[in-house]
Design a protein around this ligand. Sequence first.
Ligand code: 5AD
Ligand code: SF4
Length: 451
Amino acid sequence: MTEAVCPARRCRPAIMYNTRMKFFIRTFGCQMNENDSEHIAGVLAAAGAEKAGRPEEADLVIVNTCAVREKSEEKLYSYLGRLSSLKKKRPFLIGVAGCVAQIRRRNLIRNRPFIDFVVGPDNYREIPGLVERAGAPCVRTGRGREWREFGHGETLRENPAVAYVTVMEGCDNFCAYCIVPFSRGRERFRPAANILREVREVAADGSREVEFLGQNVDAYRDPETGRGLDALLDETSAMAGIEWMRFITSHPRNFGDEIIQAMRRNPKVCRQLHLPLQSGSTSVLKRMNRGYSRDDYLALVDRLETALPGLQLSTDIIVGFPGETEADFEETCDVVRRVRFAGIFSFRYSPRPLTAAARLPDDVPLEVKRRRLLALQGLQKTIQLGLNQSFIGQTVKVLCSGPGLRGPGRFSGRTEGNLVVNFSAPEDPTGRFVAVRVTGCGPYSLHGELA
Ligand code: 5AD
Ligand code: SF4
């Protein structure tokens, strides 16, 4: 890599590459961001670049950011601090992508001259061009009206067994605390024909599971035929090769009977759902603009569990939303005790720019938010440990996603219920289904050995 002056003299010295360019992507946030990073990697690989194992070895580092909570955004700034010190030792390009890029735009590069470009989710295909003309910092956050389709060669998947397939993006629900309608924009649906083409491609490439992604996935409607998620599940079920299907994220308000029926008639749809509760108090839910009450949520859980025996539920909960009283919080804990979720993602409320709740007083003191979060997590840990212990001695079907963290001979995968299983096996079963005998567990995973 050598430094040269930009021939057009419009910009700062460009970095020119005389070998294959290496890129590293650091992803924060949800599965949709992970899928976007796979697209960014694919677009760069199609342009001739290759993946680096560490930022220290890369000519280009892209940070794919999450804006959903204050803490997610803080993680970006501390990571950028690290990159800026690295860049003082050796030149390389830094790009900021994702939701913070879309929200903060030009403000990100003010006082951060080490950032070379800022690129929003609708503009990832422009990244190779931005790299070419690196020099003057660029900001590309325009929104297209068309679905941002990526070709088969423009996706470099991380997991050989499970393929993420984005079906919709954005959200029209405007929950009072949530930045997503602003960072990802209003709801847009991907044509079903393109989704099904991608599913066929991933099945041919060896994926055994498909996970449909969208911020509000059960609102999905094919822009051409108006058919919903139920039709996507039916058509994917008919495809050879795909054995498990999931979808995330659901909204209790949009979860219609047609989806329950589609799950019932298609055994390939995993008996597992992520169904964000956010709060167990009807008055808090009202102020959150969630569109359902505590009783509506419990009734939906009842209908689901009756229709789909063995269903594993997970959820998201926010503690310390403006005005949340001790009694409101107790109602949340009560729902958690009743439903016995297999997993909870729990967060302290933080006000986010542009949202309706940002105009409310953030009146639950930090110590109270901390205490409630710890109490909720403690309660859930006990419930989860109990649920996981009930698997000890059983043999479970696991889709292996790759080597585990604990050294050679150890692998990791998930069950149909989305539980993480770490296990030992004499040879590498990555990408395949295996039977694992569960010998032990912690609150967050099972462990065992090949049966
Ligand atoms: N503060 C705390 N948690 C939030 N979430 C979304 N916005 C906020 C916020 N402002 C949580 C919700 C959502 C998950 C992705 O993040 O629980 O479901
Ligand atoms: Fe955010 Fe609510 Fe939309 Fe989920 S449904 S992305 S929480 S606005």
